[in-house]
Ligand binder design. Structure first.
Ligand code: VG1
Ligand code: CO
Length: 558
């Protein structure tokens, strides 16, 4: 087969955000738009690309399969030697990470806009993961972006044919060099990996009710995203759950119109069903399967920050950690610091990194980190280099089995030992970009003024005194790379915090995220919305958010 070189010209704005490039489908399907970006990803790998193996797959959203087929032809044109492609283009983000590591691949191209809605009118995304299985670090994505501003041509093998719907190996000769496309079962490798980490025998007896005579009552909601296939194999076939325990398990190109973001707003159906019904645990995932939401009986909500802390406390319930040892913990900066308290008690290092899973990878590779999470429904361990939704549910079920307690009791006991971090996040989605930039600049100026530290703010009978305030920056302890401007934060002298940043995963306008975090040692059974009201009002006052955004209420409250 012959390689062809096609002339092209740069597109503006091919700059990866928190996790890859995300744009409307209509943007990606412009002539050469996807081709340009993929060519730049490949070139950013330099000489390592020739003769390499890459993994390709995505969350099954609209344009996923077509993009996967196109990418195979572009890889063939760039002297990649072998591709592992998920059947029908389907691989969850955690599955890609696992496959890269197991096959010692150079990396993977993940086709997803994660928790953003899908379909012809909605979002698509492309992300590159490196050979450790994790999202490409800033230096790498900057290189991709630089290349995209000067690209003149891309190469591909337009005549290459393969059937993405059939598992199997196809061999080609491209200009005298062998090229292999292996279409793989989307779930097999991942399921095997989970079996190594957890005690499936024990979990089977617990879930099916063999050990107690009472099956675990679950409602696992895949929200028509990629996890459906994995959930069916793991929970139904391996752990013996009943068909009624799993819903929305067929991945659909538009997620059936659902917004596949597992939070209290977009997973409302799950929350309401569990609130009214007879369930021990409810869980949901996002489009690409790396996020998770856990709720207990009567929809008792577990904040992701608490979820991380509880898993850290009960690592002995997961065989993987017994085998591999327990290193440090980590969380992203906006995440409440509940896990820090567990780390302190266990004598473990706890790291605070910027938002985005790419910042955990170096610490894991260096053997300093085994468990981490983000407030945005991300939890995971060093078994891969992505957050992992199904892993998190298996971890929770392991903790339930280990303790014999309900989710609510597990949390209440945790708070009685460690105290409680009340946490909430307000999202103001799709605001106008300009006024938001102005608001951030304005607030940065206010909080970094020399007079700001020491100031007191009062609301609802509570007074908070500023201890420190900055625009968060982070120096990677391993490679010393510096990430600046990672979010404005105000820390008060009782440890409470206000954090504000602009999202880096949207595809249009600006999304403002406001995070409020407050620690209570004794008063642990209050309602977060009530406990945090004074701090929320103070945050709105300091930032003047209503004035700049024109919004009186957030679109999503977590
Ligand atoms: C959001 C979350 C962040 C997460 C990222 C990718 O980023 O806040 O914690 O790592 O999404 O998650 P941002 O920049 O919009 O706040 V996923 O599941 O969309 O890959
Ligand atoms: Co995701």
């Amino acid at each position: 087969l012959n390689v062809e070189t096609k002339q092209t010209a740069p597109y503006e704005g091919q700059k990866p955000g928190t996790s890859g490039l995300r744009k409307k489908v209509k943007v990606f399907t412009q002539p050469n738009y996807t081709e340009n970006f993929v060519q730049c990803i490949l070139e950013a790998n330099g000489t390592a690309l020739v003769g390499s193996t890459l993994v390709i797959g995505g969350d099954g959203r609209y344009y996923c399969k077509e993009a996967a087929e196109l990418i195979v032809r572009i890889c063939a044109g760039n002297r990649v030697a072998k591709l592992l492609v998920g059947q029908n283009g389907i691989l969850s983000t955690p599955a890609v990470s696992s496959l890269i590591r197991h096959n010692k691949a150079l990396g993977g191209i993940v086709l997803t806009a994660s928790h953003n809605p899908g379909g012809p009118e909605n979002d698509f995304g492309i992300k590159f993961n490196c050979e450790n299985g994790g999202p490409a670090p800033d230096a790498f994505t900057n290189k991709i972006y630089q290349l995209s501003t000067t690209i003149k041509a891309y190469t591909l093998v337009p005549s290459l044919q393969f059937d993405i719907s059939k598992v199997g190996v196809s061999n080609y000769d491209i200009g005298g060099k062998p090229f292999v496309v292996e279409v793989i079962d989307s779930v097999a490798n991942y399921v095997r990996h989970m079996e190594e980490i957890f005690d499936f025998g024990k979990l089977h007896d617990f879930v099916s009710g063999k050990s107690s005579g009472k099956p675990l009552k679950m409602r696992i909601d895949s929200m028509n995203g990629v996890t459906g296939a994995y959930v069916r194999e793991i929970f139904l076939n391996r752990l013996g759950a009943t068909e009624a325990s799993v819903v929305h398990t067929i991945p659909l190109p538009d997620f059936g119109g659902l917004h596949p973001d597992p939070n209290l707003t977009y997973a409302k159906n799950l929350v309401e069903t569990v609130a009214k019904g007879d369930y021990d645990i409810g869980a949901a995932f996002d489009g690409d399967g790396d996020r998770n939401m856990i709720i207990g009986r009567k929809a008792f909500f577990v904040t992701p920050s608490d979820s991380l802390a509880v898993i850290a406390h009960y690592l002995e319930a997961i065989p993987y950690f017994q085998k591999n040892g327990v290193q440090g913990f980590a969380r992203s900066m906006p995440t409440a610091s509940a896990v820090d308290l567990v780390g302190k008690k266990l004598g473990k290092e706890v790291y605070e990194v910027p938002t985005g899973w790419k910042y955990f990878g170096n610490l894991m590779d260096a053997g300093r980190l085994c468990l981490c999470g983000e407030e945005s429904f991300g939890t995971g361990s060093n078994h891969i280099r992505e957050k992992d939704g199904i892993w998190a549910v298996l971890a929770w079920i392991s903790v339930m089995q280990h303790t014999g307690k309900s989710i609510e009791d597990i949390l209440k006991q945790h708070w009685s030992v460690y105290g409680r971090n009340y946490f909430t996040r307000y999202d103001y989605e799709e605001c106008d970009l300009e006024p938001c930039n102005e608001m951030m600049a304005n607030m940065e100026k206010t909080i970094t003024d020399a007079e700001f530290v020491g100031k007191s703010f009062s609301s609802g009978g509570k007074t908070y005194k500023v201890k420190e305030a900055d625009n968060f920056s982070y120096t990677d302890p391993v490679d010393k790379s510096l990430a600046t401007k990672q979010g404005l934060r105000i820390v008060f002298d009782d440890g409470s915090r206000i954090v504000m940043r602009l999202s880096g995963t949207g595809s249009s306008g600006a999304t403002v995220r406001l995070y409020i975090d407050s620690y209570e040692k004794q008063n642990v059974l209050g309602q977060a919305s009530v406990m945090l009201r004074p701090l929320i009002d103070i945050a709105l006052e300091i930032s003047q958010l209503p004035k700049f955004t024109g919004r009186n209420a957030p679109t999503v409250i977590t």
